[in-house]
Design a protein around this ligand. Structure first.
Ligand SMILES: [Zn+2]
Length: 327
């Protein structure tokens, strides 16, 4: 099989349009993975309504964090009821950062939000008096892509979310595999044991080479100059800036290496990539496919393809989880 021929035609990657969720129960969704809570209501046609971003009042202790977050979610729920009186939600889907046990809805650990073993699913159900789910935000993106997006025609799919962090969602034989919350830590697979120190304490994690911030910091390390965005590093590499080209190429090398390992172990039919460097489109995907092809031998080549959903993918995934929480 010609590898390049297996690639899907470019589609509406990085679109900001919410992909139709499809008909089903009306549900509330809350992305609490950052300092801002992103919230939306999906109606019975699957149309996203009332998208908002609001700051959670600053808590001072770990216990206060949980209380502040739940109170904020409750306030937003009241607001949605006021703004959309004809849409009655039947469930709520919350998504958060860090290590999350999706099945039990427990935030096992989030260093940034100081969570440790918080049963958010149960707490949200009690607070909102609705069936609720709590799952990992990156996996919610994966869920949207696997169920409705670029991975929807396959049973074995890896969805990689690039950005400030790098995470993967794994779908094996049609089901999400989260390893009790610990699976999918692609950003912390080591691509260079002599590499830079990672926030996790290891050296040379993929995240230290291929995250948005890594491109900037590595360019500064090489040149002493500071750029504002990773897109500027790419722009500089186009203009034959050797340092920028090196940083860009090494990011692609590292990603291809990490994907080759995932391919060898899981044999995904498709690897869907969203966010971060993937926004560069074919300028990113074409060289990544070449590199991956060069690293594989007998392995089944996965389709390497851009995500269909844009920046609201996480909420779509949260909506899918919320609907599943009613079953
Ligand atoms: Zn790491």
């Amino acid at each position: 099989m010609n590898f390049e021929d297996s690639v899907k035609p470019p589609v509406a990657s990085a679109s900001d349009q919410p992909w139709p969720l499809g008909p089903g129960a009306a549900v509330l969704t809350f992305d609490v993975s950052g300092p801002q809570t992103k919230a939306a209501l999906f109606d019975t046609d699957g149309v996203m309504l009332g998208l908002s971003r609001t700051l959670i009042p600053s808590p001072t202790t770990a216990r206060d964090t949980t209380e502040a977050l739940l109170a904020h979610v409750e306030d937003l729920t009241t607001q949605f009821a006021r703004d959309f009186p004809l849409v009655t939600p039947s469930a709520a889907g919350l998504i958060g950062a860090g290590i999350v046990d999706d099945r039990e809805g427990i935030a096992i650990l989030s260093a940034s939000l100081r969570w440790a073993n918080v049963h958010y699913k149960n707490l949200a159900q009690h607070r909102l008096q609705l069936p609720s789910s709590f799952s990992n935000a990156a996996r919610a993106v994966g869920e949207a892509e696997f169920t409705l997006g670029a991975g929807r025609t396959h049973n074995n799919v890896v969805v990689i979310k690039l950005g400030t962090l790098i995470a993967a969602s794994l779908f094996i034989d049609g089901r999400s595999h989260d390893g009790g919350g610990f699976a999918g830590g692609l950003g912390h697979t080591i691509v260079n044991p002599q590499g830079d120190r990672c926030v996790c304490g290891s050296r040379g994690c993929l995240q230290t080479v291929a995250s948005n911030g890594a491109l900037l910091s590595r360019y500064t390390d090489l040149t002493g100059e500071t750029l504002a965005t990773w897109e500027e590093v790419l722009a500089q590499s186009r203009q034959s800036n050797a340092a920028a080209a090196r940083v860009w190429n090494e990011a692609l090398d590292a990603l291809a290496l990490a994907i080759s390992h995932v391919t060898a172990v899981l044999a995904p039919e498709a690897v869907v990539i969203s966010g971060g460097l993937a926004h560069a489109g074919e300028e990113f995907f074409a060289p990544l496919r070449r590199r991956l092809d060069g690293l594989l031998s007998f392995h089944r080549r996965p389709l390497l393809t851009p995500a269909l959903f844009g920046r609201h993918a996480g909420l779509v995934g949260a909506a899918l989880r919320a609907r599943a929480a009613m079953l």
